[in-house]
Design a protein around this ligand. Structure first.
Ligand code: BG6
Ligand code: MG
Length: 218
């Protein structure tokens, strides 16, 4: 029996995945790395420094920068990102998500957050959704990021549940892989081609509700 939901944040609860992309795109332009939609998808769910390394690797530039310069570039990306985050309001909650969270809490499901982002408390605050996620995995404490299952296992642990009692919700291929390896049921939100390994796929958050999940689980 499903008793809990472990949520990704960026691209699931709110539209920040486009903000992360915009902020990295600026850095890619600055260092002269070609930007495209495929690279943007590959960065979803990936930690800040791993994202930078992936961008540089794209053009075999990962050895062109010192560690200090990399930290500088990552900081610059985060400054770009924070400018966008600081303009966020509850209007940035993706459609249907708040109703879904309310319905889950009303029905007694337990909720936790499994976001790779160190900015997630700030984002939740802007959205006014902090009260739903008193239980969040701190990404700074992880040994490995997504697609490793650690973050989703920890999300279940915070709820005192076995992973098999949890559904994980993700928009990133790396995240769906992490949920599957953790032994949770995976819901992928977005392009079914990108998220082919998800147990359940919804093209967008308007489809994310208990009725559709029950139907999909049969
Ligand atoms: C994930 C995003 O949620 O968090 C990634 O999908 C991002 O794009 C990662 O790189 C880390 O975020 P932050 O805010 O700590 O740089
Ligand atoms: Mg995401």
């Amino acid at each position: 029996d499903i008793k809990g939901f472990v949520f990704d944040l960026d691209g699931v609860i709110t539209d920040t995945s486009t903000f992360h992309s915009q902020a990295w795109h600026q850095v890619a332009d600055k260092v002269g790395v070609n930007w495209d939609a495929e690279l943007a998808d590959a960065l979803k769910g990936i930690s800040r420094m791993d994202s930078l390394n992936l961008i540089l690797k794209r053009d075999n530039r990962e050895n062109d920068f010192s560690d200090d310069e990399k930290v500088q570039l990552a900081t610059e990306k985060n400054d770009n990102y924070l400018k966008l985050v600081n303009q966020m309001t509850p209007a940035n909650i993706l459609p249907g998500v708040e109703d879904f969270l309310i319905d889950l809490s009303d029905k007694g499901y337990l909720l936790s957050l499994a976001s790779a982002s160190k900015n997630s408390p700030l984002v939740l605050k802007h959205l006014g959704l902090g009260h739903f996620f008193s239980k969040s995995v701190d990404p700074a404490t992880l040994k490995k990021g997504k697609p490793d299952p650690e973050i989703f296992r920890r999300g279940a642990e915070l709820l005192d549940l076995d992973p098999s009692q949890c559904i994980g919700v993700e928009d990133a291929a790396a995240g769906v892989q992490a949920i599957n390896s953790a032994g949770e049921v995976s819901i992928g939100i977005g392009d079914p081609k990108v998220l082919a390994s998800a147990d359940i796929n919804f093209v967008d958050t308007t489809k994310l509700n208990l009725g559709n999940i029950a139907k999909a689980m049969g």
